[in-house]
Design a protein around this ligand. Structure first.
Ligand code: RP5
Length: 164
């Protein structure tokens, strides 16, 4: 069974990461979501990666804030694609987490998305685009979604536009 695995460093990350899960649900994509920390529960994180891989995780999404090492720890434990979602909060309101997540050494990639809701949603889209390489039905749904987004720009514009 192919699925996306979402791991959060803390329950406090869920408010934002719910948008990631909701996006996967909207496209009927199977996912797991768990809390496991690179710092507070390193053994649990290591074991979870192995178990998820054995069950069919195709790609991992890791959300963490502050000294955000979760995505990097995942990248160290798997050769599946890892998408990192930096969480806001902490002394630098997410800039610390963003740099921790994005600044990986050569050979250990973490595809890092934006802070906030956009990043959580885009992590889901990115994961789905990975799945869609081999899932034609999902690829069609993603293409249709692009058309819906383009249409929305037009209809939104019509509600306020002034054109001379
Ligand atoms: C990180 O520390 C978590 O991912 C979270 O974003 C941040 C704060 O965690 P809590 O103290 O709210 O549990 O590990």
């Amino acid at each position: 069974m192919n699925f996306v695995s979402i791991i959060m460093g803390s329950k406090s990350d869920y408010e934002i990461m719910k948008h990631c899960a909701d996006t996967l649900e909207k496209f009927d994509v199977k996912y797991e979501i768990v809390i496991s920390s690179a710092h507070r529960s390193p053994e649990r994180t290591k074991n979870y990666i192995k178990e998820a891989e054995e069950k069919g995780a195709v790609t991992f999404i890791a959300a963490a804030g502050m000294a955000a090492h979760l995505a990097g720890a995942l990248a160290a434990g798997t050769t599946k694609p890892v998408i990192g979602v930096p969480m806001k909060g902490g002394a630098m309101d997410g800039m610390d987490a963003m740099l921790s997540t994005v600044q990986m050494p050569a050979g250990m990639p973490v595809g890092t998305v934006a802070l906030g809701r956009s990043g959580a949603v885009n992590a889901a889209y990115f994961a789905m685009q990975i799945l869609a390489i081999t899932d034609k039905e999902l690829a069609i749904k993603i293409k249709e979604d692009r058309l819906v987004q383009a249409k929305k720009v037009e209809t939104d514009s019509k509600t306020i536009e002034v054109i001379l």
